[in-house]
Design a protein around this ligand. Sequence first.
Ligand code: URA
Length: 204
Amino acid sequence: MTDEEGPGLDDDLCVTACQRCPALVDSRSRIVNGVGPIDADLLFVGEGPGANEDERGEPFVGRSGDVLDEALRDAGLARTDVRITNCVRCRPPENRDPRAEELANCRGYLDAEIDRLDPELVVTLGKVPSEHLLDRSVAITAESGDVVDARLAGASRRVLLSVHPAATLYDRSQREGFFDTIARAAELAGIADGSGGQSRLGEF
Ligand code: URA
């Protein structure tokens, strides 16, 4: 990366300066980095910050975040047990989807975060992160709950696809499936209550 683009990730897996996407530099209040332990077994990847995240500087702190937190609690996990990040770290204007070039500009940061974290399992929250990380089109409602292998940050990794937590707010019928997927994530990563810290990914 050049000086103008800013440095890469710091020791806390954070980007402290970046000017790569002019529209996002204009629309953001701050860069929203991933949160959670830098050695977490479970990494959740969302699309990008919304208004609440942009204001507070933390991923998934609005209504979607409330749903994610509730599903984590149901699975016996605290938010602080897992790492949560996004495909892009700056809020797109008017909450539009991040553009292909913006996803590409931010990819190096996400890959560096995945590489340094080296999680047992990556969970994609929604269609945008699923398609971005798998590099194919994804019918997310149909594929939610599926575990696939993907080459990410130079290694083959297990990825669990999930609908976005916001989908449960628009369509209440998606709630049970979303909660089941998050419980499955905890179990597969070996961090669910009663799993004894043993990952079950070898079974898949
Ligand atoms: N939706 C996302 O995809 N990411 C967030 O951080 C918040 C909402």
